[in-house]
Design a protein around this ligand. Sequence first.
Ligand code: XMP
Length: 330
Amino acid sequence: MAIAKENIRPESMVRITNSDLASKFIESQIVALKEQIGNGKVILALSGGVDSSVTAALLIKAIGKNLTCIHVNHGLLRKGEPEQVIKVFKEELNADLIYVDATDRFLDKLANVNDPEKKRKIIGAEFIEVFNEEARKLAKDGNYKFLAQGTIYPDILESDGVKAHHNVGGLPEGVSFELVEPVKFLYKDEVRVVGKALGLPDSMVYRQPFPGPGLGVRCTGAITRDRLNALREADAIVREEIGKLNPTPWQYFVTVPDLKSTGIKDGKRIEGWAVIIRCVDTVDAITATVPEIPYTVLKHITDRILKEVSGVNRVLYDLSPKPIATIEWE
Ligand code: XMP
């Protein structure tokens, strides 16, 4: 599909590679955003990922409280993520932030659903529904005329709809918004440079890629709350320990399949889940290799997970490259 003229990055645009260039970009965007938005109000779905976070931080600089961020917690976020969004945006940047904990809605809809594609569809559709409910409430105040999105240039080039489904939320029915997309000409590395210059924390700016359906694709098969909790706790341990390596792998996380195996505790047989550690190095996520992780690190992670995460009795390291395996298990 041909890219619309207004979505083609201007040839004259220099690549943003350092903080000076980022500051110039920020200044020019503030002027452009003020001009586009005037006294109008803007809604933004803030996932906590780098693209929507940088978009939000730019808008806060340009229009302050005329931006309303909506952070939907679908219950499939990693440990500490909603708390970080609230801390950075509400407490530090003084943003107008609506936090919606929709965990029960999502997990109820996902109960007993095994099929991976069905799970993805439910999560995407429910996300849009929750976001639209909030947007409709806001739109009653006729000043909300704009919808901001963290679209970046690869989204335009790829136009695969991933953003539209997982990160954005779509337009509420019967309400039309003008789009505000201040980082749509930036590549990922430039978004990060701008994020640093805006003062966002490294953990947000250099956050590893995280699927829109979140931990839902890592809790394979039908999601249960107890297995999801085990997954979230084990993932936090892996992120903490692998995060100490230098360099860190491109992506590192855990999957907890819907599978139990026999174990033994206090002389009794007990069934438990297996936590699978997944680390990959890649440039574009199309192919990926598995980095060598020092045995002592893997051993330490295993000890911690088995001690700290209830319901788990095995820890494995996935050595499969892409292809033939995909990065995610589901
Ligand atoms: P796979 O599993 O296809 O993953 O090798 C490639 C990259 O894409 C991420 N991924 C997703 N991202 N929605 C997303 O936004 C999804 O449904 C999804 N599935 C996989 C994955 O984490 C990896 O970085």
